[in-house]
Design a protein around this ligand. Sequence first.
Ligand SMILES: [Zn+2]
Length: 287
Amino acid sequence: MDELTAAIRARELVQRVNTNSIPVQVEPFLAVLRCELKVDNEMGPHEAGYCLSKSGKHVIVVNGKDSPERQRFTTFHEMGHIDLKLPSEHAGSPSWSYNNRSANEICCDTYAAEILLPHRFFKPLVDSADIGMAALDDLAEKFEASVTATGSRFASTTNAPCAFVVSENGMVRYTVISKALREVRAWITRGMAVPSGSSTALISNGQSVKDPQEIAADVWFNDWRRGGVLLEEARYLRNYDQTLTLLWFEDEEVPHKPSTDNNGEDGEMGLKELDGILPWPGKRRRR
Ligand SMILES: [Zn+2]
Protein backbone atom coordinates (compact mmCIF):
# COMPACT_ATOMS: atom_id res chain seq x y z
CA MET A 1 0.00 0.00 0.00
CA ASP A 2 1.14 3.54 -0.68
CA GLU A 3 0.49 6.75 1.26
CA LEU A 4 -2.03 8.05 -1.24
CA THR A 5 -4.20 4.96 -0.85
CA ALA A 6 -3.94 5.21 2.93
CA ALA A 7 -4.99 8.87 2.76
CA ILE A 8 -7.97 8.12 0.51
CA ARG A 9 -9.12 5.33 2.82
CA ALA A 10 -8.90 7.71 5.78
CA ARG A 11 -10.98 10.27 3.90
CA GLU A 12 -13.59 7.63 3.22
CA LEU A 13 -13.80 7.00 6.93
CA VAL A 14 -14.01 10.73 7.70
CA GLN A 15 -16.92 10.89 5.26
CA ARG A 16 -18.67 7.92 6.88
CA VAL A 17 -18.30 9.36 10.36
CA ASN A 18 -19.40 12.77 9.04
CA THR A 19 -17.09 14.88 11.18
CA ASN A 20 -18.51 18.39 11.47
CA SER A 21 -16.23 20.16 13.90
CA ILE A 22 -12.76 20.27 15.38
CA PRO A 23 -11.10 18.94 17.40
CA VAL A 24 -12.13 15.64 15.85
CA GLN A 25 -13.77 13.35 18.39
CA VAL A 26 -12.27 9.88 18.68
CA GLU A 27 -15.38 8.03 19.86
CA PRO A 28 -17.43 7.98 16.62
CA PHE A 29 -14.42 6.58 14.75
CA LEU A 30 -13.94 3.88 17.38
CA ALA A 31 -17.61 2.94 17.03
CA VAL A 32 -17.55 2.69 13.21
CA LEU A 33 -14.47 0.46 13.29
CA ARG A 34 -15.80 -1.56 16.26
CA CYS A 35 -12.84 -0.63 18.43
CA GLU A 36 -12.53 -0.28 22.15
CA LEU A 37 -9.90 2.12 23.53
CA LYS A 38 -7.81 1.33 26.58
CA VAL A 39 -5.15 3.45 28.24
CA ASP A 40 -2.19 1.57 29.69
CA ASN A 41 -0.22 3.52 32.30
CA GLU A 42 2.43 0.82 32.62
CA MET A 43 3.64 0.85 29.03
CA GLY A 44 7.33 1.48 28.36
CA PRO A 45 8.46 4.96 27.33
CA HIS A 46 9.40 3.92 23.78
CA GLU A 47 6.03 2.40 22.98
CA ALA A 48 3.04 4.46 21.81
CA GLY A 49 0.39 1.76 21.47
CA TYR A 50 -0.81 -1.39 19.80
CA CYS A 51 -4.02 -3.14 18.82
CA LEU A 52 -5.50 -6.56 19.41
CA SER A 53 -8.20 -8.10 17.23
CA LYS A 54 -10.55 -10.99 17.88
CA SER A 55 -13.71 -12.03 16.01
CA GLY A 56 -14.00 -8.71 14.18
CA LYS A 57 -13.67 -6.68 17.38
CA HIS A 58 -10.61 -4.65 18.16
CA VAL A 59 -8.95 -3.21 21.23
CA ILE A 60 -6.61 -0.27 20.82
CA VAL A 61 -4.21 0.27 23.70
CA VAL A 62 -2.37 3.58 24.05
CA ASN A 63 0.40 4.68 26.38
CA GLY A 64 -1.09 6.67 29.28
CA LYS A 65 2.23 8.41 29.89
CA ASP A 66 2.15 10.06 26.46
CA SER A 67 0.60 13.51 26.08
CA PRO A 68 -3.13 13.57 25.21
CA GLU A 69 -2.24 14.76 21.67
CA ARG A 70 0.12 11.84 21.14
CA GLN A 71 -2.51 9.44 22.47
CA ARG A 72 -5.02 10.80 19.95
CA PHE A 73 -2.57 10.38 17.11
CA THR A 74 -1.70 6.86 18.27
CA THR A 75 -5.39 5.92 18.44
CA PHE A 76 -5.93 6.94 14.81
CA HIS A 77 -2.63 5.34 13.80
CA GLU A 78 -3.79 2.03 15.30
CA MET A 79 -7.14 2.42 13.51
CA GLY A 80 -5.03 2.63 10.37
CA HIS A 81 -3.53 -0.79 11.10
CA ILE A 82 -7.05 -2.17 11.58
CA ASP A 83 -8.81 -0.45 8.68
CA LEU A 84 -5.99 -0.88 6.17
CA LYS A 85 -5.17 -4.38 7.42
CA LEU A 86 -1.50 -3.50 7.71
CA PRO A 87 0.46 -5.48 10.31
CA SER A 88 2.35 -3.45 12.91
CA GLU A 89 6.07 -3.06 12.46
CA HIS A 90 6.72 -1.34 15.76
CA ALA A 91 9.76 -3.31 16.86
CA GLY A 92 13.16 -1.66 16.73
CA SER A 93 13.13 2.13 16.91
CA PRO A 94 11.06 4.08 19.44
CA SER A 95 7.53 4.79 18.22
CA TRP A 96 8.19 8.48 17.57
CA SER A 97 11.47 7.98 15.72
CA TYR A 98 11.67 8.47 11.97
CA ASN A 99 14.83 6.39 11.77
CA ASN A 100 14.12 3.38 9.53
CA ARG A 101 10.35 3.81 9.75
CA SER A 102 8.70 1.05 7.72
CA ALA A 103 6.25 1.57 4.87
CA ASN A 104 3.32 0.21 6.91
CA GLU A 105 4.04 2.61 9.74
CA ILE A 106 4.31 5.58 7.38
CA CYS A 107 0.96 4.65 5.80
CA CYS A 108 -0.70 4.48 9.23
CA ASP A 109 0.82 7.87 10.15
CA THR A 110 -0.62 9.35 6.96
CA TYR A 111 -3.98 7.77 7.74
CA ALA A 112 -3.92 9.20 11.28
CA ALA A 113 -3.01 12.70 10.07
CA GLU A 114 -5.87 12.68 7.54
CA ILE A 115 -8.36 12.02 10.31
CA LEU A 116 -6.84 14.15 13.06
CA LEU A 117 -6.24 17.16 10.78
CA PRO A 118 -9.04 16.86 8.21
CA HIS A 119 -8.26 18.67 4.99
CA ARG A 120 -11.65 20.39 4.92
CA PHE A 121 -11.02 22.15 8.25
CA PHE A 122 -7.24 22.35 8.16
CA LYS A 123 -6.64 23.82 4.71
CA PRO A 124 -8.53 27.15 5.20
CA LEU A 125 -6.70 27.75 8.48
CA VAL A 126 -3.35 26.98 6.86
CA ASP A 127 -4.15 29.37 4.01
CA SER A 128 -4.84 32.21 6.41
CA ALA A 129 -1.89 31.53 8.74
CA ASP A 130 1.44 33.35 8.83
CA ILE A 131 4.08 30.65 8.46
CA GLY A 132 6.07 29.97 11.59
CA MET A 133 6.22 27.87 14.74
CA ALA A 134 3.57 30.08 16.35
CA ALA A 135 1.12 29.07 13.61
CA LEU A 136 1.93 25.39 14.19
CA ASP A 137 1.33 25.83 17.93
CA ASP A 138 -1.98 27.52 17.27
CA LEU A 139 -3.16 24.85 14.83
CA ALA A 140 -1.90 22.02 17.04
CA GLU A 141 -3.97 23.41 19.90
CA LYS A 142 -7.11 23.80 17.78
CA PHE A 143 -6.92 20.24 16.46
CA GLU A 144 -5.50 18.68 19.66
CA ALA A 145 -2.60 17.30 17.65
CA SER A 146 1.14 17.26 18.30
CA VAL A 147 3.23 20.04 16.80
CA THR A 148 5.13 17.40 14.84
CA ALA A 149 1.99 15.98 13.21
CA THR A 150 0.71 19.51 12.58
CA GLY A 151 3.98 20.68 11.00
CA SER A 152 4.09 17.71 8.68
CA ARG A 153 0.52 18.28 7.59
CA PHE A 154 1.07 22.05 7.29
CA ALA A 155 3.85 21.60 4.74
CA SER A 156 1.85 19.07 2.74
CA THR A 157 -1.20 21.36 2.69
CA THR A 158 0.11 24.92 2.24
CA ASN A 159 0.28 26.72 -1.10
CA ALA A 160 3.41 28.51 0.09
CA PRO A 161 7.01 27.43 -0.60
CA CYS A 162 7.67 25.75 2.71
CA ALA A 163 9.38 22.64 4.11
CA PHE A 164 9.08 20.80 7.41
CA VAL A 165 12.04 18.78 8.65
CA VAL A 166 12.49 16.43 11.60
CA SER A 167 16.05 15.66 12.60
CA GLU A 168 17.45 13.26 15.17
CA ASN A 169 21.04 13.11 16.41
CA GLY A 170 22.13 15.73 13.92
CA MET A 171 20.70 13.88 10.91
CA VAL A 172 17.68 14.76 8.78
CA ARG A 173 15.22 11.90 9.28
CA TYR A 174 11.96 13.13 7.79
CA THR A 175 11.01 15.89 5.38
CA VAL A 176 7.81 17.21 3.90
CA ILE A 177 8.33 19.57 0.98
CA SER A 178 5.36 21.72 -0.05
CA LYS A 179 3.94 21.47 -3.53
CA ALA A 180 5.26 24.92 -4.52
CA LEU A 181 8.79 23.83 -3.61
CA ARG A 182 8.52 20.41 -5.23
CA GLU A 183 7.47 22.08 -8.45
CA VAL A 184 10.80 23.90 -8.53
CA ARG A 185 12.69 20.80 -7.46
CA ALA A 186 13.69 21.92 -4.01
CA TRP A 187 14.89 18.82 -2.25
CA ILE A 188 16.33 17.95 1.16
CA THR A 189 18.00 14.57 1.43
CA ARG A 190 16.88 12.32 4.24
CA GLY A 191 19.92 11.02 6.09
CA MET A 192 22.03 14.10 5.44
CA ALA A 193 23.69 15.92 8.33
CA VAL A 194 21.89 19.01 9.57
CA PRO A 195 23.78 21.95 7.98
CA SER A 196 26.30 23.40 10.43
CA GLY A 197 25.53 26.96 11.43
CA SER A 198 21.81 26.52 10.75
CA SER A 199 19.35 27.40 13.51
CA THR A 200 18.46 23.71 13.61
CA ALA A 201 22.08 22.74 14.34
CA LEU A 202 22.46 25.48 16.97
CA ILE A 203 19.22 24.58 18.75
CA SER A 204 20.03 20.85 18.65
CA ASN A 205 23.28 21.71 20.41
CA GLY A 206 21.49 23.46 23.23
CA GLN A 207 21.90 27.05 22.03
CA SER A 208 19.05 29.49 22.09
CA VAL A 209 17.91 30.99 18.77
CA LYS A 210 14.97 33.34 18.92
CA ASP A 211 12.76 34.13 15.94
CA PRO A 212 13.16 32.90 12.37
CA GLN A 213 16.68 33.36 11.00
CA GLU A 214 17.77 33.90 7.41
CA ILE A 215 19.82 31.20 5.73
CA ALA A 216 20.93 30.72 2.10
CA ALA A 217 18.54 28.30 0.40
CA ASP A 218 21.38 26.23 -1.06
CA VAL A 219 22.55 25.37 2.45
CA TRP A 220 19.42 23.24 2.89
CA PHE A 221 18.40 22.34 -0.67
CA ASN A 222 20.34 19.89 -2.80
CA ASP A 223 21.76 21.09 -6.05
CA TRP A 224 19.83 24.35 -5.77
CA ARG A 225 20.72 26.99 -8.35
CA ARG A 226 18.08 29.62 -7.83
CA GLY A 227 19.81 31.30 -4.91
CA GLY A 228 17.60 33.14 -2.47
CA VAL A 229 17.32 33.27 1.28
CA LEU A 230 15.08 31.08 3.37
CA LEU A 231 13.64 31.81 6.77
CA GLU A 232 14.36 29.03 9.24
CA GLU A 233 12.69 28.46 12.58
CA ALA A 234 13.53 25.44 14.73
CA ARG A 235 12.49 23.87 18.00
CA TYR A 236 14.14 21.15 20.06
CA LEU A 237 11.85 18.53 21.63
CA ARG A 238 13.72 17.32 24.68
CA ASN A 239 11.43 14.35 25.40
CA TYR A 240 12.14 12.85 22.00
CA ASP A 241 15.61 14.27 21.33
CA GLN A 242 14.24 15.58 18.03
CA THR A 243 14.47 18.96 16.35
CA LEU A 244 11.63 20.33 14.25
CA THR A 245 12.43 22.83 11.51
CA LEU A 246 10.28 25.04 9.35
CA LEU A 247 11.86 26.55 6.23
CA TRP A 248 10.14 28.98 3.93
CA PHE A 249 10.70 31.79 1.47
CA GLU A 250 9.61 35.17 2.76
CA ASP A 251 6.68 36.72 0.92
CA GLU A 252 6.00 33.22 -0.42
CA GLU A 253 8.19 33.94 -3.45
CA VAL A 254 10.53 31.35 -4.90
CA PRO A 255 13.56 33.01 -6.55
CA HIS A 256 13.47 32.90 -10.33
CA LYS A 257 15.62 30.42 -12.12
CA PRO A 258 18.86 31.90 -13.49
CA SER A 259 18.45 32.41 -17.24
CA THR A 260 21.83 30.75 -17.93
CA ASP A 261 20.69 27.51 -16.36
CA ASN A 262 19.20 25.25 -19.00
CA ASN A 263 19.38 22.05 -17.03
CA GLY A 264 16.08 20.51 -16.16
CA GLU A 265 12.62 21.85 -16.59
CA ASP A 266 10.32 22.94 -13.86
CA GLY A 267 7.42 20.72 -13.18
CA GLU A 268 6.05 18.00 -11.02
CA MET A 269 8.56 15.35 -10.16
CA GLY A 270 5.96 12.77 -9.26
CA LEU A 271 7.40 12.46 -5.79
CA LYS A 272 5.69 10.53 -3.08
CA GLU A 273 4.85 13.35 -0.69
CA LEU A 274 1.18 14.17 -0.53
CA ASP A 275 0.06 17.63 -1.46
CA GLY A 276 -3.18 17.36 0.48
CA ILE A 277 -5.23 17.72 -2.68
CA LEU A 278 -6.73 14.30 -2.94
CA PRO A 279 -9.87 13.32 -4.73
CA TRP A 280 -12.82 12.74 -2.48
CA PRO A 281 -14.03 9.20 -2.71
CA GLY A 282 -16.78 8.67 -5.28
CA LYS A 283 -20.39 8.64 -4.19
CA ARG A 284 -20.88 5.06 -5.22
CA ARG A 285 -18.58 3.95 -2.40
CA ARG A 286 -20.42 5.95 0.16
CA ARG A 287 -22.37 4.15 2.83
ZN1 LIG B 1 2.06 1.25 13.80
